[in-house]
Design a protein around this ligand. Structure first.
Ligand code: MG
Length: 219
């Protein structure tokens, strides 16, 4: 399992929490209603890979999608964290690609079955492993983010389009589960999600956070 690093020190997430439909425009493209509270699922931390590594397409799916997301890494953990204190619990920020087996997700939703395995295959969470300290980010709710595939811009937005702010997300998740040092929260993806093919190269960018480059393994 990959460790994250901050100033050379290793940080080990106990969980990766991912928001469901947290951008207005992405909700529209998937025809989802705007949620009235942050909704989320868990990815196994074993999904994490780093810069320069390869996403491996599983045999079970024929339609794998990219989702570029701002990742928040928790510093001081806690439960029932008040909204006003939420940013004091942030160690830093990073980039996470929430890779998704869209065909499996859609099928299981149609059948009324749980769909988290569509998000949980090994290599389905490429991350910028060296995280950026919280102090370097003025406002996480106002950052440009983008993703290009083979040089073509697929996703381009700003975290201002998020339905729930980073503060809301941390506070609401911590009402359910204790957030631990190193835990990763992926804050949802903007519009423009789409399919990946073997050999594709992905370049993700988030303002003040940096870049992440990975590819899709050839079969
Ligand atoms: Mg996502």
């Amino acid at each position: 399992m990959r460790a994250l690093t901050l100033d050379g020190n290793e940080v080990h997430p106990t969980k990766v929490v991912c928001l469901i439909v947290n951008y207005h425009a992405h909700g529209k493209e998937l025809k989802h209603a705007v949620p009235d509270m942050p909704l989320w699922f868990l990815k196994p931390p074993q999904t994490i890979i780093g810069d320069g590594e390869s996403i491996v397409l599983p045999e079970l799916s024929e339609n794998i999608h990219h989702e570029v997301e701002l990742a928040v890494i928790i510093g001081n953990g806690g439960s029932n964290i008040p909204r006003e204190e939420a940013l004091d619990h942030v160690l830093g920020y990073s980039i996470l690609l929430d890779i998704t087996a869209r065909d499996l997700q859609d099928k299981y939703i149609r059948e009324g079955r749980p769909w988290s395995i569509a998000k949980g295959f090994d290599t389905f969470a490429p991350m910028k492993l060296d995280i950026v300290p919280a102090a370097a980010i003025k406002d996480p709710n106002d950052l440009d983010l983008s993703l290009t595939v083979n040089g073509e811009v697929r996703q381009s937005s700003n975290t201002k389009d998020m339905i729930f702010s980073v503060e809301d997300i941390i506070s609401e998740i911590s009402k359910v589960t204790t957030l631990e040092h190193g835990d990763v929260i992926a804050t949802g993806t903007p519009e423009g999600v789409g399919p990946l093919r073997p050999g594709d190269t992905l370049h993700a960018y988030i303002e003040s956070v940096g870049t992440l480059d990975v590819d899709v393994a050839k079969k």
